[in-house]
Design a protein around this ligand. Sequence first.
Ligand code: S3P
Length: 174
Amino acid sequence: MKSIILIGYMGAGKSTIGKILAEKKQIPFFDTDIGIEEKQGRKISEIFKEEGEEYFRRLETDMLKELKEQKQKQVIATGGGLPMKVENQELLKKIGVIFYLVVKKETILERLREDKSRPLLMGEEKEKKIEEMLRIRDPIYQSLADFCIYTDGKNIETVVNEIEKSLERNTDFG
Ligand code: S3P
């Protein structure tokens, strides 16, 4: 029983879209960032500050291993950096069908201009950081995804509908 997994850069709308998609499909919604925060009893920004990024990345892999054991169909929104590790890529493929929510740098900048919750985008030169990360991450997201959904300029409902249509067209996923 395959889950529906949303991957993509910070600010792509994975959580917002995931929640609505799960409601429409009447299955549970799970957000790996929130799952980690709840288990740890602290915010991601605190985990980064107190333990470092590597520690957080290990928590993400642990979380995926747990999700793999759950064997229930759900919509899963992932942290933007989670698909970077090969081990995580293998786990994601086993857990579900993967949708990459593609978003342009300009849209990300607009959405995350005032954001304080993402440690990797704190400080100066936000635009450059996004650009550099996208350059590395986009090809990885692309190669991992079963479907790429272009989200710029589209409202939430349109994106959700596109995901549903892709699922319907592929009955082994639906
Ligand atoms: C990260 C993305 C964040 C969160 C952490 C690191 C990343 O999740 O996991 O701040 O490396 O891109 P969102 O993609 O939900 O913002």
